[in-house]
Design a protein. Structure first.
Length: 721
């Protein structure tokens, strides 16, 4: 973001003339403000939920933004009663149902600046106003009282540090009882209101006198701590580990924390299984998935038997392991094909699809991401869908259309990029698979585990239910390609190397030794804008992808996205501001949250192709060529995507990948992280980093353990225990 010129912090008071833009999700709004000295200017800040005609007193500072001009950035504010007759009239007609411009003008003409006092203390005097009869007066009095009650509630809640945006969510969730709920148990907000977690609820609770060791506080801390662990990839937490985390979070003893966990278990906010603590959703998934897997493994394998009768292709020579992968389907209804890049997984899947089509089976292909599904469709010449779109989520019921009671109609299901599959989605998927369907899971077990909870692919591999074939022979290495060679070297704990290309051709792998983050960032700019397009002919907007270990830092996604958006899109074209972010026409973006109404999901990549300032709408074309409409206030669901994290790149392939690996990333440097990033490159991979940083990554083969009992439960189900 361009730097802003800041002036001294100051206080303003006045009236909100109109709401230009507001985002109820994060509270950010842009308003036209009329100050007490009758000057007008734009004000930005946490003003969502305000109304035209509302008077506020605000602290902040003026700034000169290079794109949006002079504006006042509000840090904090308080609501004050309207103080001018024009302001009172505007407030009445915009805030009180039943009062139009003429009625508002008549009321103010009669009572002037005393209007607010009259409405508060002597509302019966409204009948003194011409054309306001008894019924109209009663309607206005009721609306004013409701408005005053809401305004008083809003002032109270904001006094607790709750932003107007979250106040609106509270009123939506609890109606007129919002303040009562907050006073009785503010920790309920963490359970009921999206976006208010434990830390915010705790701040509110402490401000109104809740004890540090209260049961409400310790229960909420237990739920919060466990959800944080699930965000780290765990399915559950040993009771002792969760108590330690709760103790650190709250500053209370492990004994008090344990009592909070027990109370949460009693309320069924959490569940205890075999000494571990689960959320309701992870407990259900871990218990149900082994049952579903065992049921499918006991199927009659009709699809495999039908495919066995289809003759082999005379023009296709499979190596022994590839042939084993295909023939494993003839013996077992559940199969896994794993292996690194270039080992022929796609060839095997293509042969399986060919045999299934020849056997006239009902086939479904799926993958966790849109890019992976698109690539699967192209390689198999058969339509593939994302898992979410295949199962069809119904927002009204918050369930997938296809489930245990309404299974998919297919004889053979093939799912690619299964390393991305977490335990929750895996359970939904397996619940929707019909009993006599054969299943083929394809993935690289050496890549990063899923972003969500669990290590499903590795647990499935060790379960005994699946026929498992690990392909090892490298096929995709023509014309001196070294991307695949170096990815396998890293996976085996060896250093990547700059190998000479064959026949004078340009290499597809380069390692640039540099660890200064500022120099690396400048080098990336030059590579993207000049050197790669000029030397290799790749398009910076569509072909080149930066993959970063982290979001923060000079070479993190946030900083690099700002740099590249400024370089590639400039600062003169159509754009709009959302919070502290600027989105421009043509920007590459990534969906960062599942939106079932729009049918777009976390990790979907696209480009802003149309931007309408008048209607405050913009349109994104995603990689699967779907066009999705957004309002400006929905931009919080997107982030710039010139640079994305390696974790977010799973399931995707890009023509060109630039991979910065610096010692400043040391907390993230693991072998499977770098290996995953390298395997995303299809035609050109540029690794930028010092030998020390690469060595840290290559030698660190340890995987962060994930608390889960799925592997054990699968083995018990397999052995009939």
């Amino acid at each position: 973001m361009p730097e802003l010129q800041s002036l001294t912090k100051t206080r303003i008071s006045g009236e909100i003339l109109n709401m230009r833009f507001e985002n109820p999700e994060n509270g950010f709004a842009v308003v036209t403000f009329l100050a007490a000295d009758n000057t007008k200017f734009a004000a930005i800040g946490p003003l969502a939920g305000m109304t035209r005609g509302q008077f506020i007193e605000a602290d902040g500072y003026f700034e000169d933004h290079p794109e949006f001009g002079r504006q006042f950035r509000i840090d904090s504010y308080r609501i004050v009663p309207p103080v001018t007759t024009d302001g009172i009239a505007r407030f009445l007609r915009h805030s009180i149902p039943g009062i139009g411009p003429k009625t508002a003008a008549a009321i103010v003409e009669k009572f002037g600046r005393e209007t607010v006092t009259v409405l508060d203390l002597y509302p019966g005097r409204l009948k003194e106003v011409k054309k306001i009869g008894t019924k109209m007066a009663q309607k206005i009095i009721a609306a004013w009282k409701n408005s005053k009650d809401r305004r008083d509630d809003l002032i109270y809640l904001q006094g607790l540090g709750i932003t107007p945006a979250y106040c609106a969510r509270l009123f939506k969730q609890y109606g007129p009882e919002a303040v009562s709920v907050v006073r009785k148990n503010p920790y309920r907000l963490a359970e009921d209101v999206d976006g208010i977690g434990f830390l915010k609820a705790d701040m509110i609770a402490r401000s109104i006198g809740f004890a540090e060791n209260s049961s409400e506080r310790m229960q909420a801390a237990a739920v919060f701590a466990l959800n944080e662990m699930i965000g780290e990839g765990h399915v559950c937490a040993p009771a002792g580990e969760l108590a330690i985390r709760c103790s650190k979070l709250t500053g209370q003893s492990a004994e008090v924390a344990g009592k909070g966990i027990d109370d949460a278990l009693e309320r069924r906010l959490l569940y205890s299984l075999d000494g571990c603590i689960y959320t309701p959703s992870t407990a259900r998934a871990e218990l149900l998935l082994p049952e579903l897997t065992a049921k499918l493994a006991a199927g009659n394998n009709r699809a495999g038997k039908a495919m066995e009768k289809v003759p082999e292709r005379s023009d296709l020579q499979l190596d022994p392991l590839q042939k084993q992968a295909v023939e494993s389907l003839f013996r077992k209804p559940l199969n896994i094909i794993t292996g690194g890049p270039g080992v022929g997984k796609t060839t095997v899947v293509g042969e399986i699809v060919r045999r299934a089509r020849a056997a006239k089976l009902k086939i479904m292909l799926a993958a966790p991401t849109g890019r992976a599904a698109k690539r699967m469709s192209e390689s198999c010449n058969f339509t593939a869908k994302t898992i979410h779109r295949m199962l069809i989520f119904d927002p009204a019921s918050a369930r997938f259309k296809y489930n245990r009671g309404n299974p998919l109609e297919c004889d053979l299901l093939i799912v690619d990029e299964v390393s991305m599959l977490d335990i929750i989605l895996a359970t939904s998927l397996f619940a929707a698979i019909p009993g006599n369907c054969s299943v083929v899971l394809v993935g690289d077990a050496d890549q990063l585990p899923s972003v969500g909870p669990g290590s499903v692919l590795n647990d499935f591999i060790g379960s005994g239910f699946f026929g498992v074939t690990k392909l090892t022979k490298i096929f995709r290495q023509s014309h001196g390609s070294t991307i695949i060679t170096n990815a396998h070297r890293v996976n085996m704990g060896e250093f990547p190397v700059n190998l000479p290309s064959a026949d004078g051709q340009l290499s597809d792998f380069y390692w640039i030794d540099q660890d200064d983050s500022v120099k690396v960032a400048e080098m990336i700019e030059t590579l993207v804008v000049e050197r790669i397009p000029k030397r290799f002919g790749f398009d910076p907007m569509s072909d080149i992808q930066l993959l970063c270990p982290m979001n923060r830092g000079e070479c993190g996604t946030a900083s690099l996205n700002e740099r590249l958006s400024a370089l590639l899109r400039g600062n003169d074209g159509p754009s709009f501001q959302f919070g502290n972010s600027v989105f421009k026409l043509g920007d590459r973006v990534m969906q960062t949250a599942n939106n079932y109404d729009k049918n777009v999901f976390n990790g979907d990549l696209g480009q802003i192709i149309k931007l309408e300032s008048g209607t405050k709408k913009f349109y994104v074309c995603f990689d699967d060529e779907r066009f999705v409409e957004y309002s400006f206030d929905e931009a919080g669901e997107l982030s710039l995507a010139y640079a994305i994290t390696i974790h977010k790149s799973q399931g995707s392939e890009f023509p060109v990948v630039i991979l910065p690996v610096l010692t400043q990333h040391f907390v993230m440097l693991q072998r499977n992280l770098i290996y995953t990033g390298m395997t995303r490159a299809k035609k050109l991979l540029i690794l930028i980093g010092s030998r020390k940083a690469v060595e840290m990554a290559v030698k660190n083969a340890s995987r962060r353990p994930r608390f889960s009992n799925l592997g054990r439960r699968l083995l018990e189900a397999f052995h009939g225990k």
